[in-house]
Ligand binder design. Structure first.
Ligand code: SF4
Length: 446
C-alpha cells in the first residue's frame, strides 16, 4: 500500500523527448501523480520531483536526454529525479551514473512510478535505483490532450519487426495493445473532455490485435461509430499493414481524415532488403495508387532515411528517382544513425556524414516542391478548418481535413471550432495558407 501523504503539497516538472507516444505516456504519469496529490510546478518554481521521459531513436536523441537531465538537476536542486522512456530502458546503467538521478524506470515499471518514488529521499551520487527489465509485456493505456483540440490516443505498443537499423523493439518490447472496447471507452472520455480530434498512436499500429485477437481494421470501424468525435487521424502505419479495406473505409468515413503517414525509409529494393523491411517499392507504389484513386486530395506523408549502411550512391539515386515520381505530399527525412546492438552494423559500407547531409538536403528540396504544389492546388477552395487557440494578437491556425495548415484572424470564440474557410495564398514564410472565414454571410480575412 502506498502512503500518498508524502506527496501532499509536492510539486513536479515533466520533460518529454521524442515521439507522440512518449508525450501521451508522460501525460498519464502526470495524471497519476496529480491523483496522488502532486501539483505541476509553475514556470520558474522549484519542483520537488522531476520526471524525464526519454527517447533513444538516434545518438543525438541520447545526447539530448543527457543534456535535459543535467539541466533539470541544475534548475531544481535537491529534487527527486526519475528518468524513464526508451533511453532509460536501453541504457539504464549509463543513466543511473548521471549525477542527481534517483530512479531509472524501464518501460514495464512506468505504471508503478509511485512505488519507486518511495519516501522521496535523495540517493547518493551514482546510487540511483534502476529497474529496467528485459522482458516487457504489459500494455499501459494512455490518452493525452496534446493541446486545446487534439488528443493522442495510444492504441498499441512495442514491435515484432526488428528492422536492421532499429532499437525500438528492445526499448519497447513485443507488440501488444489494449482491447477495442477499452480504446472506444477512452475515445468517449476524450469527447466528454471536449476533444474534437483524436490521433491514433502506437509503435506499429497496423499490428494492432496481437494480444487481443482483434484487428486494426476492426478498431477503425469501432472508433468510427463514437458519437462526438469530429476527426480521427492515423499517426503512422507500415505500408504492408495498410490494407486496401482500411484505405477504402477511410475514403468513405466522415470521421477518419484523408491523411496518411507511411514509412517508406528507402525507395530502392536492395536497401529495403538490407533494412529488413517487409515490403518492396512495388507494394508501396500500389498503396499510394490506391489512396490516390479513392482520395485524390489526401495528404500523404512519407518517412525516408538517408545514408543507411549499404546505401551506395547508385542506390540513393534510384531512391531519389522513385520518390520523385511518387504522388505523395511531403517527405519526412531522417539521417541514418548507428545504434549499438543492431544488425545494420554488420553491413560493410558506411556513408560518410557529409554525404548523408547532401542526400538529406536533396530530399528536403524535393519535399518542399511537393508540399508547395499540394498547397497551391487547393487555393480558392472552401473547406472546414478546426481552429486552435493562439497567443493574443497572433493569427489563429488550424488544419483542413487533408492536413493543410491555415492561418485566419485571431478570434478566441472560434477556438476548438470547425469553421468553413476559403483558402487564399501562402502566408509570408510559406508555412501555411491564409484563410478567409465564411460565417453567416460575413467574411473575415487577415
Ligand atoms: S517497424 Fe521497424 S522501424 Fe518501425 S518500430 Fe518496428 S523495428 Fe523499428
Amino acid at each position: 500500500m502506498i502512503d500518498t501523504q508524502i506527496f501532499q503539497d509536492k510539486t513536479a516538472v515533466y520533460y518529454t523527448l521524442g515521439c507522440k507516444l512518449n508525450f501521451s505516456e508522460t501525460s498519464t504519469i502526470g495524471r497519476m501523480l496529480q491523483e496522488a496529490g502532486v501539483r505541476t510546478a509553475r514556470r520558474g518554481e522549484k519542483a520537488d520531483i522531476c520526471v524525464v521521459n526519454t527517447c533513444s531513436v538516434t545518438e543525438v536523441a541520447d545526447k539530448k536526454c543527457r543534456q535535459a537531465i543535467h539541466r533539470l538537476v541544475r534548475q531544481h536542486p535537491g529534487a527527486f529525479v526519475v528518468v524513464t522512456g526508451c533511453y532509460a530502458q536501453l541504457k539504464p546503467e549509463d543513466v543511473a551514473k548521471i549525477d542527481g538521478v534517483d530512479v531509472v524506470l524501464g518501460a514495464e515499471q512506468k505504471k508503478d512510478l509511485l512505488k519507486y518514488l518511495g519516501n522521496l529521499q535523495k540517493h547518493g551520487a551514482g546510487e540511483a535505483h534502476t529497474s529496467a527489465l528485459k522482458d516487457i509485456r504489459s500494455f499501459v493505456p494512455s490518452c493525452s490532450r496534446g493541446d486545446r483540440t487534439r488528443f493522442f490516443l495510444k492504441v498499441q505498443d512495442g514491435c515484432d519487426y526488428f528492422c536492421s537499423y532499429c532499437t525500438i523493439p528492445f526499448a519497447r518490447g513485443r507488440s501488444r495493445n489494449g482491447s477495442i472496447a477499452s480504446i472506444v471507452e477512452q475515445a468517449r472520455q476524450a469527447v466528454a473532455e471536449g476533444g474534437k480530434e483524436i490521433v491514433l498512436t502506437g509503435v506499429n499500429i497496423g499490428d494492432f490485435g496481437r494480444s487481443t485477437g482483434e484487428t486494426f481494421f476492426d478498431l477503425v470501424k469501432a472508433l468510427d461509430g463514437v458519437e462526438g468525435v469530429e476527426r480521427y487521424r492515423i499517426s503512422s502505419i507500415e505500408p504492408n499493414l495498410l490494407t486496401d479495406e482500411i484505405i477504402d473505409f477511410v475514403a468513405q468515413s466522415r470521421r477518419f481524415m484523408p491523411h496518411f503517414h507511411i514509412p517508406l525509409q528507402a525507395g530502392c529494393d536492395e536497401v529495403l532488403k538490407l533494412m529488413r523491411r517487409r515490403y518492396d517499392t512495388a507494394l508501396f507504389a500500389s498503396k499510394i495508387e490506391r489512396i490516390r484513386m479513392r482520395m485524390p486530395d489526401a495528404f500523404i506523408g512519407v518517412d525516408v532515411i538517408v545514408g543507411t549502411r549499404g546505401e551506395t550512391e547508385e542506390y540513393f539515386e534510384r531512391s531519389y528517382d522513385f520518390l520523385s515520381g511518387l504522388d505523395v505530399t511531403q517527405l519526412h527525412v531522417f539521417s541514418y544513425s548507428e545504434r549499438p546492438g543492431t544488425q545494420a552494423l554488420k553491413i560493410d559500407y558506411a556513408v560518410p556524414p557529409q554525404e548523408k547531409h547532401r542526400r538529406s538536403q536533396r530530399l528536403l528540396e524535393l519535399s518542399d516542391g511537393k508540399l508547395r504544389a499540394f498547397y497551391a492546388r487547393h487555393i480558392g477552395q472552401t473547406v472546414p478548418v478546426l481552429l486552435e487557440r493562439s497567443k493574443p494578437g497572433m493569427p489563429m491556425h488550424g488544419f483542413t481535413p487533408n492536413y493543410i495548415r491555415v492561418e485566419v484572424p485571431h478570434d478566441d470564440t472560434l477556438d476548438n471550432q470547425v469553421v468553413p474557410v476559403r483558402l487564399g495564398d501562402f502566408n509570408a514564410d510559406a508555412s501555411a495558407l491564409e484563410g478567409v472565414i465564411l460565417t453567416a454571410g460575413k467574411e473575415r480575412s487577415l
